[in-house]
Design a protein around this ligand. Structure first.
Ligand SMILES: [Cu+2]
Length: 458
């Protein structure tokens, strides 16, 4: 099981592990069998895997066997893929990430072809003397092929650009008889394989979609359930050790689902996506009541395709609006209306006064419970207002007004905390009590204002 990554995303350790496994496979004598199998498909009477439907499934099985051979050497290794439609340079564009001295090695170093330098220089294969900052391209052709919805046009639309990439690397890679000599073959074909996987991934929900064709009635050996040499139990046209001695039957139908084969691609498979959502999700809080940005780490959102920002529960509501009120409002609904208050206190400020204090304004001193704990006694307010308070009715009104304002701030903060899920059970119970207290206080206040003969709006 493993993720096949774009070679440009390999870590240095992954790059080294891959190269070392390939070198070990070569040293153990099992590498060159892949060149032999590939060349033997060109024998008279051999299985036709180029320019034919089998192109995708046959090469999928070949490349998978190669990857499994590498994993037998180092289980951490997965086959990288080479997207040859882009340059694959480092971020400063000073270095190729594929033709590195510690990866695929250099282009051919003499014209027309010659031995390459790098980990595989001693292998004796050749490459064209291409510019490592250039690349085969043909991305447009691939997009056109990906837009096809039937297998035939899709297959031929991809095989063409694939062949162009072979020829662009040149040397051994430019010839079907020799191309797997160069390990780049497997990176190129991992990309071909990814493209087939993505095409299936894109279309598999469409009724009638066929990830492979022909299903039946096609040329012998090319149908969905026809075994593919050398995984067909035969020695036709030649015996191909080790597969002819312990035959494993592999048909196109057996390799349609790459996920069932135990590998994944970093472009489409969730197994390859980063699991981390927030770099620091232990400390991270979305709160605005006490911003301390100087102490906070920089918030980073990783490019995680599974990341979702849900907002179906979070609501910014004035909790005193009717529940059905769909209009989002940030309002100070402190009763009574401003005109009424002004008759009592000329310094009262309008609702949208820019100098007004907001509970969460980081530039102003905290006015909420953290700075000035609110202490309220309902019995005191319920009995004290009618002339019993020291300053008479006017003072009682002012006292109520101050108490209501303070209680509103506290309620707002606690309600926000509740919506954020940071309110404890004891505080939640207190919130309930405070709501009741608030409503009682407002009723008293409104009755008081009416009894004092002050005009009010409805
Ligand atoms: Cu081939």
């Amino acid at each position: 099981m493993g993720c096949r990554k774009n070679l440009a995303r390999l870590t240095p350790a992954e790059r080294t592990a891959f190269v070392n496994a390939v070198l070990a496979l070569k040293a153990g004598g099992k590498f060159d069998v892949y060149t032999t199998i590939h060349a033997r498909t060109m024998d008279p009477g051999g299985v036709m895997v180029h320019g034919m439907p089998l192109f995708f499934p046959w090469h999928r099985q070949l490349v998978l066997e190669f990857e499994r051979d590498l994993q037998a050497i180092d289980s951490s290794v997965s086959l990288p893929y080479w997207d040859w439609t882009v340059a694959n340079l480092n971020p400063s564009a000073t270095e190729s990430l594929i033709w590195r001295a510690d990866f695929m090695g250099s282009p051919g170093n003499a014209s027309p072809v010659g031995p390459v330098t790098g980990p595989f220089a001693a292998w004796g294969f050749s490459r064209r003397n291409f510019d490592p900052f250039q690349y085969p391209g043909t991305g447009g052709s691939i997009a056109a092929a990906m837009a096809q919805t039937t297998y035939g046009p899709f297959e031929s639309g991809i095989e063409g650009p694939h062949g162009a990439a072979h020829v662009w690397v040149g040397g051994d890679m430019g010839n079907i008889m020799t191309s797997p000599h160069d390990p780049t073959f497997f990176l190129l074909h991992a990309n071909v394989d990814r493209i087939w996987a993505e095409w299936i991934h894109t279309n598999q929900g469409t009724p009638g979609f066929q990830p492979y064709a022909p299903v039946s009635g096609g040329m012998a050996g090319q149908n969905l359930n026809d075994p593919m040499w050398p995984w067909d139990g035969s020695a036709r046209p030649v015996a191909m050790p080790p597969w002819n001695s312990a035959p494993v039957i592999v048909r196109p139908a057996d390799v349609i689902d790459h996920r069932a084969l135990g590998y994944f691609y970093d472009t489409i498979d969730p197994e390859c996506f980063p699991k981390l959502k927030f770099v620091d999700d232990n400390k991270l809080k979305f709160r605005d009541d006490k911003p301390k940005f100087a102490d906070d780490i920089t918030l980073k959102f990783r490019d995680d395709p599974t990341l979702k920002f849900r907002d179906d529960k979070l609501k910014f509501r004035d909790d005193k609006l009717p529940p059905a009120d769909p209009t989002l409002k940030f309002r100070d609904d402190k009763p009574p209306p401003l005109e009424t208050v002004k008759q009592i206190d000329e310094k009262a400020k309008a609702i949208d006064d820019p100098k007004g204090k907001f509970a969460d304004d980081p530039l102003r001193p905290q006015q909420g419970p953290a700075a000035r704990p609110f202490i309220l006694s309902t019995p005191h307010h319920s009995m004290a207002w009618a002339g019993m308070a020291g300053g008479g009715p006017q003072a009682a009104v002012a006292e109520h007004e101050a108490a209501i304002a303070e209680l509103e701030q506290l309620l707002t903060k606690m309600t926000e905390a509740q919506q954020l899920g940071t309110l404890g059970p004891a505080e939640a119970a207190q919130l309930e009590e405070l709501h009741a207290e608030y409503q009682a206080l407002v009723s008293q206040y409104q009755a008081m204002v009416q009894q004092l003969g002050v005009a009010t709006r409805s």
